[in-house]
Write a protein that binds this ligand. Structure first.
Ligand SMILES: Cc1ncc(COP(=O)(O)O)c(C=O)c1O
Ligand SMILES: N[C@@H](CCCC[NH3+])C(=O)O
Length: 433
């Protein structure tokens, strides 16, 4: 792999020196190449434009939800999907048009739904019968007719890690299709005057590398609506397009997935004599994953002869839980000398009190020393988003880079932030009842 460098032979990220970023902002540091993010957003839109079909690209913001990314999405004419009151709040704080937001989730609370309706959210993607009831009451109270989609559990198994596969029948998400729950939900939703039922949604899983699951999903949603004698305005096939983390991953270009979805739905619209429904996709990982990387400073090493070399860095599972959670693989680069020959096979571990605290399970890297800057690539999705304060480590800062410029978009947490919500315990052990 040939990494982009400057005259100092340092790794560059959209023309900015990664080592300079590490010394300016400290490590660990999440860095995003915004040019790349914009390119991906534009590429998704371009496929639909070329095919001349109505569409919405809705960024699944769970992958990385900060004010800055909502602002970039809005600049690019991309909608966004939120899955919690916290994501909704962040999007609104960012100035995101609430009409361009959708709200997914399998257990939205009354307060979250109320907040969404009061903010004027574009679409609620209703997941279950309780939610139909709550949302109807809220719409009544707020005197609105709410646009909704119904989330269907399609009974499609995607080939990915069990924990990130969502379309199989045994799933907590959506109305079950095979047992008639989806039809029952349709009957309720289509007759409730508080709702404008606009279409169906189903998401089959994440980090998926072939198009067949998406084709099946799109066809199934169309066939389902047709079987109910209904012509939906919107078919939302979710996200899940796979990305490259290491050389073992061979993702398809975005255009392959999206073209297959478009082809399928064009076919169904012709077959059923429908006006072409608006196609919605919800990519998360593919929009931000490849555009993000995390810079770390190398610290201690441990060599176990004939067994393993451990390189420890100043972050770990608190800023990237994915290797521990899914045995996910990543690739690292020595940012201060990216293109020198690799010499030793190492495991890159973090600093957390946990054996599974690994960032790179196994990779051949150049010989590193304490103080080197190591970048772990493709950490832009579900890294910061799933970060924690485990071991009371502060979460890293986030920097956006674009065309040779950089800007802090999330400040680094401090120890004061970490302890800010703690309260002293003042009850006495020998108090009598
Ligand atoms: C409903 C829904 N939409 C979109 C996504 C985004 O998936 P990905 O980040 O794999 O594109 C998810 C997460 O799997 C999801 O649950
Ligand atoms: N968080 C998961 C993906 C879950 C997708 C959410 N539906 C990951 O890191 O791969």
């Amino acid at each position: 792999m040939n990494y982009p460098t400057n005259e100092q032979n340092h790794l560059t990220i959209d023309h900015v020196d990664a080592v300079d970023l590490a010394s300016t902002y400290g490590t660990p540091l999440y860095v995003y190449d915004v040019t790349k993010i914009r390119q991906t957003m534009r590429a998704f839109k371009a496929i639909f434009e070329k095919e001349n079909v109505p569409y919405i690209v809705s960024y699944a913001s769970k992958a990385f939800a900060t004010k800055a990314i909502y602002q970039v999405a809005q600049q690019e004419g991309i909608h966004a999907d939120v899955v919690s009151g916290g994501e909704l709040y962040t999007a609104i704080q960012a100035g995101f048009n609430p009409k361009h937001l959708s709200f997914n989730g399998n257990n939205k609370s009354w307060d979250e739904l109320m907040m969404a309706v009061q903010q004027g959210i574009g679409t609620v993607i209703v997941d279950n019968f309780l939610e139909l009831q709550l949302l109807s009451e809220i719409a009544e109270k707020c005197q609105v007719v709410q646009d909704i989609l119904l989330r269907i559990s399609p009974g499609i198994s995607a080939h990915t890690h069990e924990f990130i596969s969502t379309g199989q029948q045994d799933s907590k998400f959506g109305f079950d299709l095979l047992t008639g729950q989806a039809k029952a939900a349709y009957d309720i939703a289509s007759q409730d005057s508080h709702f404008h039922l606009r279409g169906l949604h189903a998401h089959i899983g994440s980090q998926i590398f072939d198009v067949t699951g998406f084709e099946k999903n799109a066809a199934l949603l169309a066939d389902t609506a047709q079987s109910w004698g209904w012509q939906p305005d919107i078919i939302n096939v979710g996200g899940g397009f796979g990305i490259r983390y290491t050389d073992d991953d061979e993702p398809l270009p975005e255009s392959d997935y999206v073209s297959a979805i478009i082809r399928t739905l064009k076919g169904k619209a012709a077959e059923y004599d429908w006006k072409m429904p608006e196609i919605w996709i919800e990519p998360g990982r593919s929009v931000v994953g490849p555009a993000g990387q995390t810079l770390y400073t190398v610290g201690a090493r441990k060599d176990i002869p004939d067994m393993r070399h451990y390189i420890a860095v100043d972050g770990g599972m608190g800023d990237n839980i994915r290797p521990a959670l899914y045995e996910a693989n990543y690739e690292a680069v020595l940012a201060n000398q990216p293109n020198i020959p690799a010499q030793e096979v190492v495991r890159v571990a973090g600093k957390y009190c946990e054996s599974g605290d690994v960032l790179v399970w196994q990779q051949k890297l150049p010989k590193t020393q304490a103080g080197d800057i190591l970048s772990v690539l493709a950490t832009g999705a579900y890294g910061y988003a799933m970060a924690s304060n485990y071991n009371r480590n502060p979460r890293p800062a986030v920097v956006f880079v674009e065309n040779g410029q950089h800007q802090l978009v999330v400040a680094r947490e401090t120890y004061e932030h970490i302890a800010a919500l703690d309260r002293d315990y003042t009850l006495s052990a020998n108090m009598t009842h």
